[in-house]
Ligand binder design. Structure first.
Ligand SMILES: NC(=O)c1ccc[n+]([C@@H]2O[C@H](COP(=O)([O-])OP(=O)(O)OC[C@H]3O[C@@H](n4cnc5c(N)ncnc54)[C@H](O)[C@@H]3O)[C@@H](O)[C@H]2O)c1
Length: 372
């Protein structure tokens, strides 16, 4: 058995909630589902069943650095169409979105809202009945549109955001960092930029691994939350940047570490990003990059050494495996429950606009995961 088949078999064994929600889906003949999502091994557990149930599936990625080519190849063999490969260049990434829309989807499953943004910004005619969006960054984009079909937000759920964003991203990010660098955070000052749920998890786990944490946050309310949680916290400043040994961006905003911030970095400092937007760190401002060990590049801005982790892409997914199978099982079962809803007459028949995924759709997943 090859390594991929072995890992997939193990994932299926550990992801029983996802399998249960997949099995409960009806036949899906006539459904044309376009996906723009991380094409990670764990996704196979859901997508394979959608194909078996008769859905046509088009796979695009929401981030070329997180694509696993074996996942795409495996799902293609099972009937999916795809335009995605690891580190595909920007023009191919854009063309994947065009192809997915031109393919004629009836439903969308998105992480980052690339498909919906393209449809609305370019005024494309589509047969889309309903969509599902999983990320804070995607929801922020969708809020600036007037959707022409119902789109259900499953990011803001206590069993998605409250578990995955709050607890798992921090854990898997530092796990990847420690594994790839062979370092822990003892004696290091960690600057967490952005104190949303993701930043909160990053801060907690950094402390558990020996780091001394400071938070940079631009929203005064969030800044207060950070201080009430006991962190030293302030708005981003040259002083905070100059003291940090490790800086993690968790904002969903482009250019948080740009040319101006780079001027203040300490020699030997590591830069990591966990936000959905790959350009939270403007890697161009760091100059030439040289790989030292896999996923760690040395750069020399202003004559100082700065290490860029995972090329500035999502650290936990690009340089690591993302969430544990058991934790992601809850997330993926929730996504499958959401898909079941948008395939239903009720979901597809909702008025156009952005809606929260109804509680009853996901609360059964929560109950099953909690064993109650
Ligand atoms: N890596 C992963 O697996 C993973 C998983 C879930 C979410 N995400 C992504 O992580 C990012 C953060 O998620 P969240 O749910 O915590 O988002 P959030 O919007 O709740 O929090 C982001 C925080 O960053 C702050 N911020 C923005 N720009 C700033 C700046 N220049 N300086 C200081 N603070 C700034 C905002 O005020 C906000 O409080 C999003 O892009 C989300 O899509 C990543």
């Amino acid at each position: 058995m090859d390594a991929f088949a072995r890992d997939l078999g193990w994932a299926k064994l550990q992801m029983s909630l996802t399998r249960r929600w997949c099995e409960a889906l009806p036949r899906l003949d006539g459904v044309r589902l376009a996906c723009s999502m991380h094409l990670d091994l764990k996704m196979v557990v859901a997508v394979e069943t959608l194909l078996e149930k008769g859905a046509a599936v088009f796979l695009a990625t929401c981030n070329p650095t997180t694509v696993r080519d074996e996942v795409v190849a495996y799902l293609r063999e099972r009937g999916a169409e795809a335009h995605a490969w690891k580190d595909m260049p920007g023009e191919e990434y854009a063309s994947a979105i065009d192809k997915a829309v031109a393919w004629g989807p009836t439903h969308l499953c998105e992480m980052g809202a690339d498909l919906s943004a393209a449809i609305h910004e370019r005024g494309l005619e589509t047969r889309v009945k309903a969509g599902l969006e999983a990320t804070g960054s995607g929801i922020a984009r969708l809020r600036s549109l007037t959707p022409r079909y119902p789109i259900f937000n499953w990011d803001d759920l206590p069993i998605k955001e409250g578990l995955h964003n709050r607890w798992l991203v921090g854990l898997s990010t530092w796990q990847s960092f420690c594994e790839r660098t062979h370092l822990t955070l003892h004696g290091r000052r960690v600057l967490v930029v952005g104190y949303g749920l993701v930043g909160q998890g990053i801060a907690d786990v950094a402390r558990a691994l020996g780091g001394t944490v400071t938070v940079a946050e631009r929203d005064p309310a969030r800044l207060l939350e950070a201080r009430y949680a006991g962190w030293e916290a302030g708005p981003m400043s040259p002083e905070l940047l100059a003291r940090a040994d490790v800086i993690v961006t968790a904002t969903g905003v482009a250019g948080v570490i740009g040319a101006e911030e780079v001027k203040h970095l300490k020699s030997g400092c590591f830069l990591l990003n966990v936000g959905h937007v790959a350009n939270e760190i403007e890697v161009g401002a760091l100059g030439t990059r040289r790989e030292v060990v896999p996923h760690v590049e040395e750069t020399r801005p202003h004559g100082r050494t700065v290490y860029l982790f995972a090329g500035g892409s999502m650290a936990n997914l690009t340089a690591g495996w993302g969430d544990s199978l058991n934790a992601f099982d809850v997330t993926l079962a929730t996504m499958v429950a959401g898909l079941g809803y948008i395939f239903s007459e009720e979901g597809a028949g909702a008025r156009p606009g952005l809606h929260p995924l109804p509680r009853r759709v996901w609360s059964e997943v929560a109950a099953a995961a909690a064993g109650v």
